[in-house]
Design a binder for this molecule. Structure first.
Ligand code: SF4
Length: 448
C-alpha cells in the first residue's frame, strides 16, 4: 500500500512507517475541568496515545485550556484533540493551543437539515468557495502553531449539498473529504488526518479505500484515522470494530484508530491495542474461501485475541470476496461459543441479522443522560427483533443524523430527558426515559 505522509502531532509521530496510534475521547462535560482531567488520566493509563474532548461552544474553550494545563502540570504529555462541530469561531479559538482540531466537514459552515434541493454547478461551486473562505482563518492559525487538523467525515452527518448530489454513499463521503483536501492544499496546509466513519462496516471500509485511492492518484496520501462509529458496546461493539478496522489494517491502510464503545472511555484503548497487535500477526491467506463461505481455523486460546482474529478475517473476506457465511474452528472453544461468535460476526457485517441491531454512540461531553444504562435497558427489552435497528444516541445535535439508518431511536435532549424518533422523524418533545422506552415498545408492536 502507498505510504502516507508523516508528521508529528505533539509528541506523537503520525503516518508513514510510524506505529498505528491509538486514541480515545472523553465523555465528561468539558466544563467540569477536574472530572475531565481525571478521565484523561485514566484514558492515558489505559493506553490512549491521544485524547479528544468535545468543545461545543465558546464556553468550553477556557475549560479545555485549563484541562490541558493541568495535564501538563501533572506530567501528561499526551496530545489534546479538540472536537468541534458547527462553529468555526470555536475551532479558531482552540487551534492556537491544542495539538489537533477535529472538524466535521458535514456541519462546519455547511448545513444539514435533511432538505431536498438541486443546485446548478455554479451554485455548487459558490458554496464550496464560501466554505473555503470560512476555513482560511482556521488553516492560518493551525499553520502558525503547528496544529494538525482531522477532517472527520461521518456518513451520518454529510451536508445537504453533498447528499443531494451524491446520495448517502461512500462516494459522497469521498467527495466531502476531497473538497476539504483541495481547500487545505490550496492554502498550503498539509498537516491533515482524514477519517471516513460509518456505523456500517462495509461503508466505512469502502469509503476509506476509495479515499485512499483518490489521494494516491493525486500523489499525496494523508494519514487515515479508522473507526466504526456508533458500534455499540460489549462483544457486539468489539466485533463490529474489529471487523471494520481489522479489514483495513489487513489491507495495509490506517495510521491511527479509535474504537468507539458505549462504555467508559478507558475501555476503548486496551481493545484498540488488541486489534493492532492481533492484526499484525494475521495473514488473510490463512483463511480459505470456498464458494461464498469463509473457513477460518486457528486454535487461539485467548478468547479476545480469537474474537479479534475471526472478526478481522471475516471483515476482510466480506469486503473483498463478498462472503455470505463463516465457518469457524478453534479447539479451545466450545461449539456453542463458536456458533455465538459466528452469529455476531455475520450480524456485524450485516450478512445475516439474527437479532436486533443496536446502534449507540460512545457519548461525549454533549450527553446529558446516563446513556450506558439506557443502552443496556434497550438491549434487554428489545433483544429479539431480528433485522430491526434501534439507535440510542447521546445528543440531539448529531444523534439523529448519526443513527441514519435506524428504524427507531432514542436521542438525548436536555438534562435526563430524551426524544423518541421513528427513522428521521422526531415523534416527541423531551420526555423521561421510562416513558420513552414504553413508547418505543408500543411503536414496535404496532409496526410488527
Ligand atoms: S451523537 Fe453522541 S458522540 Fe456524537 S456528538 Fe452527540 S453525544 Fe457526542
Amino acid at each position: 500500500m502507498h505510504s502516507t505522509i508523516q508528521f508529528h502531532i505533539g509528541e506523537v509521530l503520525m503516518g508513514g512507517d510510524a506505529p498505528v496510534v491509538v486514541q480515545s475521547m472523553t465523555n465528561t462535560d468539558t466544563l467540569d475541568v477536574a472530572a475531565s482531567v481525571a478521565q484523561c488520566e485514566r484514558m492515558v493509563e489505559s493506553g490512549a496515545q491521544m485524547v479528544r474532548l468535545t468543545v461545543p461552544s465558546m464556553k468550553e474553550v477556557n475549560s479545555l485550556a485549563q484541562i490541558q494545563n493541568e495535564l501538563r502540570r501533572k506530567g501528561y504529555t499526551v496530545p489534546i484533540v479538540a472536537d468541534v462541530h458547527f462553529n468555526p469561531k470555536v475551532a479558531e479559538a482552540v487551534a492556537s493551543f491544542v495539538e489537533k482540531v477535529r472538524i466535521n466537514p458535514g456541519n462546519y459552515v455547511d448545513k444539514r437539515v435533511f432538505a431536498s434541493f438541486t443546485m446548478t454547478d455554479e451554485e455548487y461551486a459558490d458554496a464550496v468557495r464560501r466554505m473555503a473562505e470560512r476555513a482560511r482563518p482556521l488553516l492560518e492559525i493551525c499553520r502558525a502553531h503547528g496544529t494538525a487538523i482531522r477532517l472527520g467525515i461521518n456518513q451520518g452527518s454529510l451536508c445537504d449539498r453533498i447528499l443531494n448530489r451524491y446520495g448517502n454513499t461512500p462516494e459522497a463521503m469521498v467527495q466531502s473529504a476531497m473538497e476539504w483536501l483541495d481547500i487545505c492544499e490550496e492554502a498550503d496546509f498539509h498537516k491533515m488526518v482524514i477519517s471516513m466513519k460509518s456505523s456500517n462496516v462495509q461503508t466505512m471500509i469502502e469509503a476509506t479505500l476509495r479515499l485512499h485511492e483518490a489521494m494516491r492518484a493525486r500523489g499525496q496520501v494523508y494519514p487515515l484515522h479508522l473507526g466504526v462509529t456508533e458500534a455499540g458496546c460489549g462483544i457486539e461493539g468489539r466485533v463490529k470494530s474489529a471487523a471494520g478496522i481489522g479489514a483495513l489494517l489487513l489491507t495495509g491502510v490506517g495510521d491511527t484508530i479509535r474504537v468507539s464503545l458505549t462504555e467508559p472511555p478507558e475501555n476503548e484503548s486496551p481493545f484498540a491495542h488488541r486489534i493492532v497487535q492481533t492484526v499484525s500477526r494475521l495473514n488473510p491467506q490463512d483463511a480459505k474461501i470456498q464458494g461464498q463461505t469463509l473457513y477460518y481455523t486457528a486454535h487461539i486460546a485467548d478468547a479476545e485475541e480469537w474474537m479479534v482474529s475471526a472478526a478481522a478475517m471475516a471483515g476482510y473476506a466480506y469486503y473483498y470476496h463478498h462472503i455470505k457465511d463463516v465457518v469457524l474452528e478453534n479447539n479451545t472453544q466450545t461449539p456453542a461459543q463458536l456458533d455465538e461468535l459466528r452469529a455476531i460476526i455475520l450480524q456485524a457485517c450485516r450478512i445475516r441479522m439474527s437479532k436486533t441491531e443496536f446502534i449507540s454512540c460512545p457519548s461525549c461531553g454533549r450527553t446529558q443522560y446516563d446513556i450506558q444504562s439506557v443502552v443496556n435497558l434497550v438491549k434487554e427489552r428489545f433483544a429479539n427483533h431480528p433485522g430491526l435497528k434501534i439507535g440510542v444516541m447521546g445528543c440531539i445535535v448529531n444523534g439523529p443524523g448519526e443513527m441514519a439508518d435506524a428504524d427507531y431511536g432514542i436521542v438525548g435532549a436536555s438534562q435526563g430527558l430524551v426524544c423518541v424518533y421513528k427513522a428521521k422523524e422526531k415523534l416527541t418533545n423531551p420526555i423521561a426515559i421510562p416513558d420513552a422506552l414504553d413508547m418505543l415498545e408500543q411503536l414496535i408492536a404496532e409496526n410488527l
